[in-house]
Design a protein around this ligand. Structure first.
Ligand code: SAH
Length: 263
């Protein structure tokens, strides 16, 4: 089918022509600066990735889809060429950024605990991708805290977040990433509605259960070689209900020294 282009010419007052010319110039120079982060092609690829996850029934809610569409995974990975492929990818320091379907699954499991204004803790925040998605979902009235024990990863995650749609939340302070041992949680903003752990613990750290709000949910991979993604719901009386969601393979939640030794 041939596509016809129609052009119409309207009389434009000179002053507004001037204005639009300068705004066009600003837009061009801005878009040049932003190109490495926000090229339309990468936005389309990110959107296509989310659509695929929807078609496979992994992303089922609009809120999760919107957050994943807003936060371009391409700015969080070291190799943009395979940013949208459904695979984990090395980020140095003997660890990986999780595959998109794992991020999507955890967002879905936590979705009801990521409503605007809620508080969320991301343990082992790595690249900051999921922390950014959480922050977008809970919004500026909420709080999203990442804890990561490799200082270099914290520094690069801040840069990644600054280049993403979550940047204003980082500036406002509703999103923050800290260097620390995530097995201790982050007591400052506890209790949390949602806690996500991005590395496999031999057993559920007590501090994380303590820092969960009654009615809150913790999603954590548990185990050594064979691991289960566990969903821990805190009941109103403070007791917890635990269920195994699926078998998974994560890097260990461990000490910084053991991780860097590659134990
Ligand atoms: N969810 C992140 C990273 C997953 S890899 C992402 O997808 O980008 C797991 C991360 O947990 C790594 O960055 C690792 O350095 C971190 N980690 C492991 N043990 C930790 C601990 N005790 N405290 C804080 N971070 C830890």
């Amino acid at each position: 089918m041939r596509i016809r282009h129609h052009f119409s010419v309207f009389p434009i007052p000179l002053r507004s022509l001037h204005r639009s010319f300068f705004s066009l110039l600003t837009r061009i120079s801005l878009s040049k600066k932003m190109k490495q982060f926000w090229s339309p092609r990468s936005i389309n690829k990110n959107k296509a990735m989310v659509e695929k996850l929807q078609n496979h029934g992994i992303v089922t809610s609009d809120e999760v889809a919107k957050a994943m569409e807003a936060v371009d995974r391409g700015v969080f990975v070291p190799d943009r060429s395979s940013a949208y492929v459904d695979c984990p990818m090395s980020i140095g320091y003997n660890v990986t950024i999780s595959a998109p379907h794992m991020h999507a699954m955890c967002l879905q499991l936590l979705e009801k605990h990521l409503k605007p204004g809620m508080r969320v803790l991301d343990v082992g925040s790595g690249t900051g991708y999921l922390t950014a998605c959480f922050a977008v979902m809970v919004g500026s009235q909420g709080r999203a805290i990442g804890v990561e024990h490799i200082p270099e990863l914290v520094a690069s995650s801040v840069k990644n977040i600054e280049a993403s749609a979550a940047s204003p939340l980082l500036k406002e302070g509703s999103l923050a990433v800290h260097v620390g041992d995530g097995r201790q949680g982050w007591a400052e903003f506890a209790p949390y509605d949602a806690i996500h752990v991005g590395a496999a613990a031999p057993e559920i750290p007590e501090a994380l259960i303590d820092q969960l709000k009654p009615g809150g949910r913790l999603v954590i991979p548990v185990g050594n070689i064979f691991q289960d993604l566990q969903v821990v719901d805190k009941n109103s009386d403070g007791s917890v209900s635990i269920k195994n969601e699926t078998s998974v393979r994560y890097v260990p939640l461990t000490s910084r020294e053991a991780q860097l030794r590659g134990d």
